[in-house]
Design a protein around this ligand. Structure first.
Ligand code: AMP
Length: 415
């Protein structure tokens, strides 16, 4: 079932959203992107004449009630965004009466799901404990009961929380077992995310260029390996540049470098060659004499960085080579900055990539930017609206690109 094809009139819908919004010390929302992201789904249900039960987690309360992570703090903001009153259920596992009392067009927000350990379904005892296996089994049963309780509030289940789609939690996956295929569906945000990943992994228009940056090769290896079979150009940039330079016998000074991953770097280079992938690595860099925005800088080869200096950004020749590879691409994936973009003096590499991605997008490419820092990076440059899609999912997006099945999607689509 798809959300567009379902008429919610007279139905109660329980919707898993990701309202894990950042709060300041007074409990005020500092960034409401996630609330705005869920609005199309929530409004569709209300406008159809359905009633809405909204559920989410916030933070990591580890299965215990923690007022600092209470969703009551965001109730008014949700009501304002929806343009209607929102009731609040202070115990998400005892909200049956409140849910039953909902009339068409009314909304109820449940308290933080993760106040219950059953949501995540992890045993509360240590792995080393001899009773761990039994506790794990017991917790799985409790998780099913918890999911069943949540399911009992509604006629339909909608999952619109892409940020947690890579977790098999009670509200993201297990709950789907209590609805038939005609009464569970992805929300609009989830549909868009899944479609964007499909564009990158399935409906690829060539040339396909993937740009992987960030600090370490070790955290990106799963994705790099999966992409190696799919891309035409693979740009590896950011901190991992120096692991590759060192692996090839370079002197990288104080640059970030994973000395235990040198063989891995050489293996990636070998595989790229075998598979005919155009691997584009940095050749020059902006080296700094301190990890600071105000450090002295010099442009040097990544193979020859002076003692005491560290590469913090891509050099001019590298920026040009990156832009050349990106220009003309028809599918682009960008994850991870090309330098320490948080420092204004080391944004040039990431900026060159962003500009080239925007240019290629104007020329008809599908560009997906996602996974943590690259989103902050395009936001910093004010270019988020000029790429095809900016993903809201960090870990979920990266796992999807690694080719893993997301439990939250599989629970609904059965894949
Ligand atoms: P990741 O979370 O692995 O995507 O890494 C993102 C982080 O990598 C950002 O905070 C960047 O500042 C950092 N980064 C990018 N290039 C470098 C570099 N050359 N040296 C140190 N950190 C870097």
């Amino acid at each position: 079932m798809t959300i567009d094809n379902f008429d919610f009139k007279g139905k109660k819908a329980i919707v898993r959203v990701d309202f894990n919004v950042p709060l300041d010390e007074n409990g005020n929302i500092t960034d409401d992107t996630r609330i705005r992201g869920a609005l199309p789904t929530l409004k569709k249900i209300l406008n159809d004449g359905g009633s809405l039960i909204i559920m989410s987690h916030m933070g990591k309360p580890k299965g215990k009630v923690n007022p600092k992570m209470s969703l009551s703090q965001i109730k008014d903001a949700v009501a304002k965004a929806l343009g209607t009153d929102v009731a609040f259920a202070p115990d998400c596992a005892a909200a049956g009466d409140m849910a039953a009392a909902l009339k068409p067009g009314q909304a109820l927000l449940l308290e933080n799901l993760r106040f219950y350990p059953e949501e995540e379904g992890k045993p509360t005892i240590d792995k080393a404990d001899p009773n761990y296996d039994a506790a794990k089994k017991e917790m799985k049963e409790r998780q099913k009961d918890f999911a069943k309780t949540l399911a009992s509030y509604a006629d339909v289940y909608v999952n619109d929380a892409f940020g947690t789609a890579h977790r098999r939690h009670a509200s993201t996956a297990v709950i789907a077992d209590y609805f038939d295929a005609d009464h569970k569906m992805l929300g609009y945000l989830m549909e868009k995310e899944v479609k964007a990943v499909d564009n990158i992994l399935k409906d690829i228009k060539r040339p396909f260029t993937a740009i992987m940056g960030g600090s370490k090769v070790s955290t990106k290896i799963g994705i790099i390996e999966n992409l190696m079979d799919k891309v035409d150009n693979l740009i590896l940039c950011g901190g991992m540049t120096y692991t590759f330079a060192k692996a090839q016998g370079g002197n990288v000074g104080l640059s970030i470098c994973e000395t235990d991953k040198l063989d891995l770097a050489l293996d990636i280079m070998k595989k790229a060659k075998e598979k005919g992938v155009n691997l584009v690595l940095g050749t020059d860099c902006v080296a700094a004499d301190a990890y600071s925005n105000d450090a002295n800088t010099q442009i040097c080869s990544v193979m020859d960085i002076p003692e005491g200096w560290e590469g913090l950004d891509a050099g001019p020749e590298t920026r040009k080579r990156f832009a050349d590879a990106i220009r003309g691409s028809k599918t682009i994936l960008w994850n991870g900055p090309a330098g320490v973009f948080e420092f204004d003096n080391f944004t040039a590499g990431s900026r060159a990539i962003a500009d080239a991605v925007v240019e290629a997008t104007k020329d008809g490419a599908f560009s997906l930017v996602g996974g943590g820092d690259s989103v902050a990076c395009v936001n910093k440059f004010g270019l988020a609206d000029e790429v095809s899609y900016v993903s809201t999912g960090g870990g979920a997006l990266l796992e999807a690109i690694e080719g893993r099945v997301l439990p939250g999607v599989a629970a609904i689509k059965g894949e």
